[in-house]
Design a binder for this molecule. Structure first.
Ligand SMILES: O=P(O)(O)OC[C@H]1O[C@H](O[C@H]2O[C@H](CO)[C@@H](O)[C@H](O)[C@H]2O)[C@H](O)[C@@H](O)[C@@H]1O
Length: 289
């Protein structure tokens, strides 16, 4: 990879300008050679607004159009999500969109991959512990009053316990952490915490591993990653490591509900609407290059 670009002025609105020198370097590299950049974005909370029922989550108005417009100017475009890849594709409305012919969706934190070019999902064999944990969960959740209202999202390769609809969502979430971690460990699984969700899933992959592999695969010379939740921390760490290896990066946080991520970001935008504004602005500038 070449030398690191220096921080320099760039034509973005003030509220879309990175607050850190490293972020400004990442942005400068992206605008200098957009055709060598990888743009990677999370789905829930980043491209899609948070809603009480995950089945109802959809891409924010203008998000798919912004991605499609940007796709023609950048080297590679990926959605990296905790969702099953097929669910993100369906709820995002990513299939068959003109301009998104090269989109890749890395689902289940990178364990699954959907390619727009083929329209197919590739995935490893299922982890047997998921089936065993799934069988235990109903009786487990029924037993404690604090957990009333917590419910299980069936994800195929994982199961997620949501507390957003519990009477006291935060108390339910906090009091479930240890018991669910013990249940997961008994079945060789890990707990992935998120915004009022605790997911029991197989170990061995995270968004950081997925992002780094995708940077290598695409040969990207710089990367922008946008996320909103704890599951995105691994991707942030990957970008921070890539920077030390001479690959500039820009870390974008959608909203500031998760301080562990927002405090580490180069740029915090106003939720999915801010992400759409940023992608649109980048596409407009890159299109002039
Ligand atoms: O990696 P992501 O694309 O951000 O997916 C992470 C989890 O997102 C979903 O849960 C979150 O969004 C829901 C819909 O807005 C919301 O109801 C929930 O409280 C959030 O945690 C999804 O349901 C999970 O399976 C994903 O792992």
């Amino acid at each position: 990879m070449g030398s690191q670009p220096q921080s320099q002025p760039h034509p973005l609105p003030v509220d879309l300008t990175p607050a850190t020198p490293a972020g400004r370097d990442g942005l400068a590299a992206l605008l200098d050679a957009p055709d060598r950049a990888l743009i990677a974005v999370d789905f829930d909370g980043t491209l899609a607004d948070i809603v009480p029922d995950p089945e109802q989550a959809r891409a924010h108005p203008g998000a798919v159009e912004a991605l499609a417009a940007l796709a023609s100017h950048v080297g590679a475009l990926a959605v990296i999500t905790g969702r099953p890849a097929a669910v993100a594709v369906r709820n995002g409305g990513f299939a068959g969109v003109p301009g998104l012919g090269h989109l890749v969706v890395l689902g289940h934190y990178g364990a699954e991959r959907w390619d727009a070019g083929t329209g197919t999902v590739s995935a490893p064999d299922a982890h047997p512990g998921v089936e065993a944990a799934r069988a235990e969960l109903p009786g487990f959740l029924d037993g404690v009053e604090t957990w009333r209202g917590a419910w299980v999202e069936e994800k195929g390769r994982a199961v997620a316990v949501h507390t957003r609809r519990a009477a006291d969502p935060v108390t339910a979430f906090e009091s479930l952490r240890v018991p669910l971690a013990e249940l997961a460990a008994r079945h060789g699984l890990i707990v992935e915490p998120g915004r009022l969700v605790l997911e029991l899933r197989p170990p061995g992959i995270d968004k950081g591993v997925a992002l780094t592999e995708h940077v290598r695969e695409t040969g990207a010379s710089c990367v922008l990653y946008a996320g909103d939740d704890l599951g995105d921390v691994a991707a942030y760490a990957a970008v921070e490591k890539l920077r030390t290896e001479g690959v500039p990066g820009l870390l974008v946080c959608s909203g500031n509900e998760v301080p562990a991520l927002a405090d580490r970001a180069d740029l915090v935008v106003e939720g999915p609407s801010g992400v759409v504004r940023l992608l649109t602005a980048l596409s407009s500038i890159a299109g002039r290059a």
